[in-house]
Design a protein around this ligand. Structure first.
Ligand SMILES: *Cc1c(COP(=O)(O)O)cnc(C)c1O
Length: 366
């Protein structure tokens, strides 16, 4: 018996992976992103499901996330996208992880390590094509020289990341794509994998930015953020895989005028029946849903009233009088999905999912 738990459908995650694969077609490899505990869906179980569904690559953010997957027996290639810290470099060899390098000095460093261990190793190199975050900003000639100086380390992939993929009113994605392919051509390099696209450029069919590998995260979990501006039709259909539930602790009737919770943010306009739920912001339920959120109770939408507290949240269940302590309530699921919550809370769906805390139990369903 849990106070608050996630039900994660591994079947839907595998289905979303297959939908991406069907959309990009055979020549384009699909590397699902399972960083941040698979956007809180559970990295090990998700990685196993994806491996079983045929994924040959997975992407994580750091070495620790990769090591957890290896320790769990995952045998796909694992790309580590944002971690080549001095203290973690040996672990790439020990765990068979593939680094993304973001600096030409790191290329020399990896070559040095690989040569010393006499252990051939592949790496991917990230180009900063305009995102202004991780990635090399050097011109084609120094990039080519650094790569060609390697003997034991080998360039396997060249990649970049878009800053404004969802904004079809912006020229930035087209500019970044041009910058990237111009640099690739001028360098004369021929890496096995070329990858630029996460969920949005896949889902909206920006084929010129697919290269021969794509990196979907959000779509694997069933989400595609709405595009802005003159976007083409979305071509990919996916289904959210996660439902978040909690239990009713108490149900009670309050008179007109009663104040609810911290700061008396809500005052009952009439006699009401309220339920106190066993989840709050310590579980990751956003505090900004205070007096604004909606939950699903026996299929009906019920409003959050008063402040979301650390451990409990109060809802108006006047419309659902049969509710009893211990009954389940859906905090996230169905029509109240992560995007709907994000709009209400003034954040993004990624942050809603990643914000679900480790105090929330997790179970896997088909
Ligand atoms: C997180 C991440 C992705 C996945 O992005 P989604 O929008 O979730 O598909 C892809 N590439 C990089 C470099 C990332 O950091």
């Amino acid at each position: 018996m849990h106070r608050s738990w996630l039900e994660v459908s591994l079947g839907r995650i595998a289905g979303n992976f297959r939908a991406v694969r069907a959309m990009v077609g055979q020549p384009v490899a699909v590397m699902p992103v399972v960083k941040a505990d698979a956007y809180r869906h559970g990295a090990v179980a998700v990685a196993r499901a994806l491996e079983q569904a045929g994924a040959q690559w997975l992407a994580v953010s750091n070495v620790q996330e990769g090591a957890v997957l290896r320790d769990a027996g995952i045998q796909t290639r694992i790309l580590v996208m944002a971690d080549f810290l001095p203290g973690s470099r040996e672990a790439f060899f020990d765990y068979g992880l593939t680094p993304v390098l973001h600096d030409l000095d790191e290329v020399a460093e990896l070559e040095h390590l690989a040569a010393r261990r006499a252990q051939p190793t592949a790496f991917h190199l990230k180009i900063d094509s305009g995102m202004g975050r991780l990635g090399v900003r050097d011109a084609a000639a120094p990039v080519a020289a650094a790569v060609q100086a390697c003997r034991t380390a080998q360039l396997e992939g060249l990649m970049t990341h878009f800053a404004s993929a969802a904004d079809y009113g912006s020229a930035q994605t087209a500019e970044q794509t041009r910058y990237f392919f111009d640099l690739l051509a001028a360098s004369g390099l021929r890496p096995a994998y070329i990858h630029l696209s996460s969920t949005i450029p896949i889902a909206y069919g920006r084929r010129e930015a697919w290269g021969n590998m794509v990196r979907p995260g959000h779509a694997i979990y069933g989400y595609i953020s709405p595009a802005k501006g003159p976007a083409p039709d979305r071509e990919l259909a996916v289904t959210p895989a996660l439902t978040w539930k909690t239990c009713v602790l108490t149900v009670k009737d309050i008179p007109a005028g009663a104040a609810i919770g911290y700061g008396a943010m809500f005052r009952a306009p009439k006699p009401m029946r309220i339920a106190i739920l066993a989840a709050g912001y310590a579980d990751g339920y956003p505090h900004r849903l205070s007096n604004k959120g909606k939950v699903l109770v026996q299929g009906r939408v019920c409003p959050v009233i008063g402040a979301v507290s650390m451990d409990v949240t109060t809802i108006d269940v006047t419309a659902v009088p049969a509710l009893r302590p211990g009954d389940p309530v859906t905090l996230l699921g169905g029509e109240v999905d992560a995007q709907q919550i994000a709009r209400t809370a003034g954040t993004i769906s990624y942050a809603v999912l990643c914000g679900i805390s480790s105090r929330v139990a997790r179970m896997f369903v088909d």
